[in-house]
Design a protein around this ligand. Sequence first.
Ligand code: X8Z
Ligand code: ZN
Length: 606
Amino acid sequence: MKIFLSMICIIFIVSSCDTSSEQNSQNRMLEDFLTKVEEENKKDGPIISSASWISSNFITFDSQKILADYGTRYTLNSLEKARMASNFDNVLTSPENRRMLNILKSSFVMPPPLDESLASELSKITTGLEAMYGSGEYCYEDGHCFDLEAFEAIIDKSRNPKQLLSAWRGWHEIGKPMKPMYLRMVEIGNKGSKDLGYDGLSDLWFSKYDMPADEFLNETDRVWDEVKPLYDALHCHVRAKLNDHYGDDVISKTGPLPVHMLGNMWGQSWSNIYDLVYTKEANDNSIDVTQIIKDKNLSEIEMVEYAEDFFLSIGFEPLPETFWERSLFVKPLDRSVVCHASAWNLDPVENDLRIKMCIEKNEEDFTTIHHELGHIFYYQAYNHLPTLFQGGANDGFHEAFGDLLTLSITPDYLNQIGFISKDEAKLAKEDPIGLLMKQALEGIVVVPWALMLDKWRSGVFNGEINDTNLNSSWWELREQYQGISTSETRDERYFDPGAKYHIPGNTPYTRYYLARIMQYQFHEALCNSIGFEGNLHDCSIYGSMEAGEKIISTMAMGESLPWQDAFENLTGSRKLSGKSILNYYNPLMTWLNEQNKNRTCGWVKS
Ligand code: X8Z
Ligand code: ZN
């Protein structure tokens, strides 16, 4: 017995010695692996970024070829690293290392299998789709060609239903040839995701939120249930006012809203029809930022400088000279570029940060500039971290900070920066419903759209939506979530989702949904923390170092911790909630309920 026990002891000691030396050597291998990844990322990241920058700024046969080719090699290399990261699945290591390994395995948007020919095919499709969107135009029989910006000039301003429908139809022609490419891309992407250990693309996309995918999706639905009554009230009022203006032939009193009549190509923001949905008399006191930009004769760069100044006022470091030298601010006349606004972290070591945007001198783009600078200042705040942690706490955070600052563009702020006089600010504040209505036509309207877009994509990824119902399901979801439809049947010859940048561009969209919810939670928490008392929509964090410190410290965490930790740092809570957005718009909700008293709200299926 004794012998037996000591045998066990010996075996135990030997094997534990073995295990710990094995652990040590595995840990060393892991450290070496992560060091190598870091070195490679620093070397390869800036090159793929440059190839991508060139291909979006000069859409030519050659720029696409270079990106597709380099993209294939880069992706295969990343897949190889993901595969190697899996070798350390059972190694005991620090939470930081474990997080890095997980990021390595999950940071793909459209992964091919580890196969050269499929990777190359996929890379050609993805670069091709983005280029088709960026250089897309529609030519009428008379030879006149319109690109997106030309169509938008009509959709955003015209009040002529026929002209609006024609412009809407024209742009949506661009989706048709994308359909087979899109389906093939999803097929390859699903295979690649399965190879990475996911159930498919949908599982890959929604497993990035520090909780199981189905739990995360339940969270997004839960918050939508909170916000939906506000959206429904707004929809009801807008429909009634459009019906007053256009009559029953154009706007039904009970049906969904026709997408081409909403002042935006995708019906995702209705701020361009503000004057139709909010009475003229009250409008007299409202602030027309577009007019101010024109009156002040601001250049595109000056518009960006105003946004930078906001960030500096709360303690951020100025942007590097190269940002001003290398960014694209104005649409070039002599070549095709992807005009959809974006922010780039081309070389974190060199702090090479840029935006690419065809700025128009209006309020919408003034807001978008703040949005893009939110990305840029986020990059600048986390670029000191290891490359694998250079990301938003989650992708919604990355979209939220610029939007957060736009909530601080209050009448008092506009007075402080010399856009309006004290008296004008005072008058504007006397009509909070006007101010909130303008905000809501963008900030509330976008919420169901941002939620439904990835519901559609998720359906395509998991096969519930296929080539037989690709387009009809898009419109079913749009009707269900947004109460928006087309005034004609759009059969399966069309591919209307392709007319929205993020579909051919493969940019996940739930990030905007999260951002639109979180920005109000951030705003409320920051306004409370700086001791602001009063209506949330009157609070501006402009000039507040205290608010800035919270934002900067949250940004500086990058992706190194679960997003809930970053969220807690900023708000004191770990949970998404629709309460803050409801608090912000509370006076508008009361007003809308009064307006809608004798109206039938909701929409009957078209
Ligand atoms: O794509 C964007 C930004 C670039 S990340 C301009 N946005 C979404 C869109 O345009 O559809 C911001 C709002 C939603
Ligand atoms: Zn963005």
